[in-house]
Design a protein around this ligand. Structure first.
Ligand code: ZN
Length: 132
């Protein structure tokens, strides 16, 4: 299954848990693993609490974690930081599925991180694999 979202800011966190839960439900898989993956070079996916203050903290850290320097890639399209953050944080996650549900902790959500927005179409691929 695949779905798309659009983003409005340069760096923006979007809670995609409901869409992924829907994909798990639709798959009919009771026990297995859910792969969540974004096929883009300037996004990331994290599992964490989606609370407004923490959301802002993540966005601020993403803006400031990398040193201000002359990135070589910036000579091409000026988004080296977004590529580097995507590479470090990762653009995919795997969550075990049990009893037909994601085994997320009470406060855990699946969070899509836009690192080079705004963008009109960011794709997210969800594949639910059944245990043997
Ligand atoms: Zn680039």
């Amino acid at each position: 299954m695949q779905f798309s979202i659009s983003t409005k800011k340069k760096i923006e966190l979007v809670d995609i848990t409901n869409q992924v839960e829907y994909a798990v439900e639709r798959s009919g898989v009771k026990s297995g693993a859910c792969v969540i993956y974004a096929p883009h070079a300037t996004v990331a996916i994290v599992l964490n609490e989606f609370e407004p203050n923490l959301q802002q903290d993540f966005e601020r850290v993403f803006e400031k974690i990398l040193p201000n320097m002359d990135y070589t890639h910036d000579h091409i399209d000026n988004n080296a930081r977004a590529h580097l953050l995507s590479g470090m944080v990762g653009s995919g996650r795997v969550i075990p599925v049990e009893d037909g549900k994601l085994t997320l902790g009470t406060w855990q959500r699946i969070i899509f991180c836009e690192l080079d927005g705004p963008r009109s179409q960011r794709d997210i691929v969800v594949n639910v694999l059944k245990s043997q």
